[in-house]
Design a protein around this ligand. Structure first.
Ligand SMILES: [Zn+2]
Ligand SMILES: [Zn+2]
Length: 172
């Protein structure tokens, strides 16, 4: 499949990558639309170093169609339209009980494991949200970007991401 790989800061491009193999609690999503977020740019330039792995396929706010489901997945099947949440927490460690980003097995689509800048992405089923029929893939991916940015910035007390996002939305 075609994928946008970030090999290291400043070294990135479209490449041919193997199609992801899904785990038993994951779905394979055929990506229809992926938003570009300020933190994607930070990963490209190397401005963000925390919770990043190189090389990696970027893209953490995206939507698409389920094409395959692991055998322990309940509630999703091929053909379902979904928006994909990027933060992966195991939900089983003591860190998960403590809250935000404290999971001992923390990972993030697009930063620490393969993301949505690709034809296909393996996503834990619990990270998928069904999209209503009247909502487009573009709207769903953009909404993920806005809601996540607003949440993070309100926690940090800044508006950097929101400012960039509103300028981008203003042009759209
Ligand atoms: Zn983002
Ligand atoms: Zn955990």
């Amino acid at each position: 499949m075609k994928a946008f790989e970030i090999r290291s800061p400043g070294d990135y491009g479209v490449t041919e990558a193997p199609e992801p193999v899904i785990g038993e609690e994951e779905v394979l999503v055929q990506v229809a639309y992926a938003a570009i977020c300020h933190s994607d740019i930070d990963m490209l330039t190397g401005a963000r170093r925390h919770l990043i792995r190189y090389p990696n396929i970027g893209g953490h706010e995206f939507a698409g169609t389920v094409v395959r489901a692991g055998h322990r997945v309940k509630g999703f099947r091929p053909g379902d339209r979904v928006a994909c949440e990027c933060i992966i927490r195991c939900g089983q460690c003591t860190g998960c009980d403590l809250g935000w980003n404290d999971c001992e097995n923390y990972s993030e689509l697009g930063f620490m494991q393969g993301g949505g800048f690709a034809e296909y992405c393996a996503v834990p089923a619990r990270n998928c949200h069904r999209i209503a029929d009247h909502v487009s893939f573009e709207q769903a991916a953009s909404h993920l970007s806005m809601s996540r940015t607003a949440t993070l910035q309100s926690r940090r007390g800044g508006t950097r991401g929101i400012g960039r996002l509103s300028r981008r939305s203003g042009r759209a």
